[in-house]
Write a protein that binds this ligand. Structure first.
Ligand code: ADP
Ligand code: MG
Length: 766
């Protein structure tokens, strides 16, 4: 039977013209059953032995309705459509999912005598006076007084078209006024209320009945763009919900719906836009069944997609490594310490994966200094013992060099070849390096994304290790995989990623956590100090060095430019040299050659240097327990995770360590918050949570993750519990029905593909 997909366009009236010749070619008899996939407005028909019956025309019509452009709504012209598009709304479906960000309680009209300050109130009153006034400060404002049987209330506008207002605000005119009441001493007033005038002879009841969207109910407040008004937005949304919510179909498995008390999708959408009743605070927190249903729905499809991706990989055939200790044992013997319990546990999780016949896809998470590098190296050695090559990829050249130096030092004694591949590797050296990699004479290749470029060919890549994964995209991970025949992939992240985020960004990876620090680490006392404290900070430097300790002096980050960063660092080193002629000062920065860098670091290690002035190069890799003080200049310019990484360089010895965060000038609100967090805790996970809260998920991840859908409703911080539940349900479902092949999951599968667009490859499972 021919399995080629044919594309058929549904006509405007919803009929499905299946040409007779196509029908014959597909072997479909008139009235026969067929399996159909819907892709936008196209039906992709596959003539299969009839298993799944989709009510095709109905389904296509339903989707077509949802994909109707908003212009077709009554009252929405080109101009309004453009404004809506700025909010990301072009189709009816987009509009259904553009949710109110809060609600107003306009259920009751309140007499003026019973108004409450700080609350949004609806008042029915008559204009007593209205005029332009000049305040004592010389500002012109528009002021009015309204009254009802119970009292009077002043209204004020600070920015307004006063001429226009003077014309409309006639004494004796009746209106409905809505706004928040503020109180100044005994005086109550309302600023910038919403006003709806009553027509001549109209009663309040008539006026409110005329506008059931804005009065006598809990009213949704939508996010707007300039030129888009709340009232017109509400009008549009009521229309959309009333006419189209019913077109939403329920695709989640019944048991899931029942277990979690979810509402039908159409009902949930209706209630989220136009809640019938409820407590305002609860509604505004998004803590009600309709909202929870939508959040669950969104997370469920996300996690289902991630689970499928994960399944796709684990179903593939990979390398089954054996563990023979040829290199791992001598390496462990060479170390002056024992692995921590957490390192041992994570390593055994990795080994189990590596021995399995499917590719490993694992994330190792652990705080700064928890010893991830060593775990990664031991995994690398397992691959090398089996005659495979290992690629280790870091996001920056500096990080790659640090890894290279560490690994090179440890592997030299084992007789292994380690090579550094970055963009700086050029000319003859590069040619030779590429040849060695292709010939297989190098076992471990450390580098930046230069490692995954076209020109780099491995002889036999068995394991790819990616450090600081969240700075890379899912895409790069895929490219690395393609450099070998289904190699194992190990991802390491030094920034502990909050669990909720890890579940979404790394949802397709298995997770190992190194949750224990090597012995001998102490909490670091952290203080923020401004310029007025500089003399005290210098005194502290003298004190520490007098005790025989060493000091890090981290220079300001200068707008990501290495050149100006270098200049600033050089100047700082000179200034410190004049201030402290009695101390030995060295300078470390990114422009030094690897061997120069190694020499500086060795000097500090061997106590030949008292103060190490450095750029953020020292963020990683340096380990000098005798260094007990770190000064960070312009600390307000650093991100939280970077500060945490930097600070992790001290607190490694027996003595108490300190970190001083120097600030200059006025701090931004976020800047001040970051430094407070640093003072308050040493715990990487808490710092990461705070970071996520301050910056929001998108920014936290740096570059946007390729291949992940945006959230329309859900909020990773607020809805963490629902995410966890949805994830469990999604993974459980796939365990029972891998590839979602069962007929009762057909519509779920269709919806999943639709939501993920082209970002979900089902090739491996379908
Ligand atoms: P991470 O990459 O997790 O930030 P590293 O792998 O750089 O941490 O380890 C930090 C330092 O701790 C390194 O100098 C490393 O040699 C050391 N180290 C690693 N594991 C142990 C251990 N089990 N005991 C003592 N020191 C350790
Ligand atoms: Mg590291």
């Amino acid at each position: 039977m021919d399995k080629t997909p044919f594309t058929i366009t549904v006509t405007a009236d919803g009929s499905l013209p299946l040409p007779a010749e196509l029908r014959d070619q597909l072997g479909i008899k008139p009235g026969a059953m067929m399996s159909v996939r819907i892709d936008g407005l196209h039906l992709v028909v596959q003539a299969l032995p009839a298993i799944v019956v989709v009510p095709t025309v109905q389904e296509a019509l339903r989707l077509k309705r949802l994909q109707t452009p908003v212009q077709f709504l009554k009252g929405v012209g080109t101009k309004l459509a453009e404004l809506l598009a700025k909010r990301g709304v072009t189709t009816i479906e987009d509009a259904l999912y553009l949710l109110p960000h809060r609600y107003e309680d306009r259920r009751r009209v309140t007499p003026i005598a019973r108004l409450q300050a700080g609350t949004l109130e609806v008042i029915y009153a008559t204009v007593q006076s209205a005029e332009v006034q000049t305040t004592r400060g010389g500002r012109r404002i528009f002021a009015a007084v309204i009254s009802d049987d119970t009292g009077a209330l002043p209204l004020k506008w600070f920015h307004s078209n006063q001429t226009f207002m003077q014309r409309t605000w006639k004494i004796g005119r009746r209106g409905i006024f809505t706004g928040e009441v503020s109180q100044f001493g005994h005086q109550r007033e309302m600023h910038h209320p919403d006003v709806d005038w009553l027509a001549e002879g109209e009663t309040l009841a008539e006026a409110m009945a005329k506008d059931p969207v804005n009065y006598g109910r809990l009213v949704p407040v939508y996010p707007l763009t300039e030129g888009l008004h709340q009232k017109s937005m509400r009008k549009i949304m009521v229309q959309v919900v009333e006419q189209f919510a019913a077109s939403l179909a329920d695709t989640l498995p019944d048991e899931v719906v029942q277990r979690h008390g979810l509402l039908p999708l159409s009902q949930a959408i209706r209630e989220v836009h136009l809640p019938q009743d409820g407590d305002l605070t609860t509604l505004n927190k998004g803590d009600f069944p309709a909202h929870r249903t939508l959040v669950f729905d969104e997370f469920y499809f996300l996690e289902l997609g991630l689970a499928l991706k994960r399944q796709g990989i684990t179903l593939e055939t990979g390398i089954s490594f054996t563990v023979n200790h040829t290199y791992t044992k001598p390496l462990l013997q060479q170390l002056p310490f024992q692995l921590t319990g957490a390192q041992r546990r994570v390593l055994s999780e990795i080994k189990t994966d590596m021995m399995a016949p499917h590719p490993m896809h694992r994330l190792v998470q652990g705080d700064v200094g928890s010893g991830k590098t060593l775990v990664a190296l031991l995994a690398a050695l397992v691959a090398v013992e089996n005659g495979y090559q290992v690629a280790i990829m870091a996001p920056t050249e500096i990080l790659a060099e640090q890894h290279y130096l560490n690994i090179h030092r440890l592997c030299e004694a084992l007789g292994l070849q380690v090579l550094l591949v970055t963009a700086s590797l050029k000319g003859k050296a590069r040619t030779a390096a590429l040849a060695a990699i292709a010939a297989g004479s190098v076992q471990i290749i450390v580098g930046t994304h230069a490692v995954i470029q076209d020109k780099v060919e491995f002889s036999r890549l068995g394991l790819g290790i990616v450090d600081e994964q969240h700075r890379f995209g899912v895409l790069q991970r895929g490219l690395l995989r393609k450099k070998g025949a289904n190699p194992d992939i190990l991802v390491m992240t030094a920034t502990p990623i909050p669990r909720t985020l890890a579940m979404t960004v790394f949802g397709d990876l298995a997770l190992s956590v190194i949750d224990e620090m090597p012995p001998g680490r102490h909490p670091i006392e952290t203080r923020v100090a401004d310029e007025s404290r500089r003399a005290q900070v210098y005194a502290l430097i003298r004190e520490e060095i007098a005790k025989g300790h060493q000091v890090y002096f981290v220079c300001p980050l200068v707008e990501e430019s290495e050149k100006s960063e270098l200049k600033a660092a050089t100047q700082t080193a000179e200034q410190l040299g004049q201030l402290f002629p009695e101390f030995r000062i060295a300078l470390l920065h990114g422009r030094l050659k690897p061997d120069e860098k190694e020499a500086v670091m060795r000097g500090f290690n061997e106590r030949a240097t008292d103060i190490l002035v450095a750029t953020t190069v020292i963020e990683v890799g340096i380990d000098v327990p005798n260094a007990t003080l770190m000064i960070i200049e312009h600390a307000e310019r650093f991100g939280l995770s970077q500060l945490h990484q930097l600070r992790g360089r001290v607190g490694r010895g027996v003595g108490k360590s300190r970190c001083i965060l120097m600030t200059t000038g006025q701090l931004s609100e976020d800047g001040a918050k970051r430094l407070k967090v640093m003072e308050a805790t040493n715990d990487g996970f808490r710092i990461a949570e705070a970071d996520l809260e301050i910056r929001g998920p998108g920014d936290f991840l740096g570059t946007r993750q390729a291949g992940l859908p945006d959230f329309r409703i859900a909020n990773l911080l607020r809805d963490a519990t629902i995410l966890e539940t949805a994830r469990q349900e999604a993974f459980t479902l796939l365990e029972s029905d891998p590839g979602l092949q069962r007929p009762e999951h057909a519509s779920l599968r269709t919806e999943l593909l639709r939501r993920w667009g082209g970002r979900l490859e089902l090739a491996a499972t379908a």
